[in-house]
Write a new protein. Structure first.
Length: 256
């Protein structure tokens, strides 16, 4: 029996070490370093200010934010989710994605590290306060008392988008983000389809709001805004290799 107890003791110690002590040691370097507070949210342009106002509106169950990368679509949504969690208005933050790309989790970790230490993030994930799941893992679930952030939904199909919205439960809100102009995105993707349906009959969807960011909302680095203009602004003159399937300035991409 003593061998069994010794084994259980070693197993328990190893579990505690791997789950808690390792993340703590990894984040010793962060001790004393400032972690952002939600009050540091400072939207730049008009689009970002409108986006934050809609995020603050607890009576708005569904918010769509579309635009180029680095415009704060996911960052502002996560910052507001942290604020709602700290204030007790929600009990869980759910981050979902239409694919199972591992880089998506790293992106979310980078954002939450603006507000929590890595040790806190691991602990919150362990207890389900923060959940990062691909869309396929939400099948059959109803998410109550949650703020659900759905990223890169331009990679979804209309069927996946519809399935996503059915998970919205009691006292929950959903923020859907994406970039319909991303290279290689199918024209009949779920995000484009949802935006089209809402805009077609906006009077019947007053509880849904759409924010469209542009390159002017890129504030992380000045050069990024200029680079964004190169890729997201229709050129005044045709380019030499305009019909190449690899050209971001192809006519199909910028047709009116």
């Amino acid at each position: 029996m003593s061998k069994i107890y010794n084994y259980l003791f070693v197993y328990s110690a190893f579990t505690m070490f791997s789950r808690y002590l390792i993340p703590f040691v990894k984040n010793i370097g962060r001790i004393g370093r400032p972690i952002h507070t939600v009050s540091s949210i400072s939207p730049g342009g008009q689009n970002q200010r409108r986006y934050v106002r809609y995020l603050q509106n607890r009576q708005l169950p569904l918010l769509i934010c579309e635009g180029p990368p680095k415009t704060g679509k996911t960052w502002f949504a996560c910052a507001m989710a942290v604020q709602e969690l700290r204030s007790g208005h929600i009990k869980r933050i759910v981050i979902t994605h239409p694919t199972t790309e591992p880089t998506h989790s790293r992106l979310i970790f980078d954002i939450f590290e603006d507000f929590y230490s890595g040790f806190d993030i691991h602990t919150m994930i362990e207890y389900g306060t923060i959940e990062i799941s691909p869309l396929s893992h939400l099948t059959g679930r109803t998410l109550n008392n949650s703020l659900i952030i759905s990223n890169d939904m331009q990679k979804s199909s209309p069927e996946q988008m519809y399935d996503l919205t059915t998970h919205l439960g009691h006292n929950s809100r959903m923020v859907i983000t994406g970039n319909v102009k991303q290279i290689g995105v199918a024209p009949n993707n779920g995000l484009s389809d949802l935006i089209l349906r809402v805009e077609k009959d906006h009077q019947s969807h007053r509880d849904v709001r759409i924010i469209k960011m542009d390159t002017g909302d890129i504030h992380s680095n000045q050069i990024l805004s200029k680079i964004g203009d190169l890729y997201y602004t229709k050129p005044s003159k045709p380019l030499q290799n305009e019909h190449s399937p690899f050209s971001v300035f192809s006519k199909k991409r910028f047709r009116d």
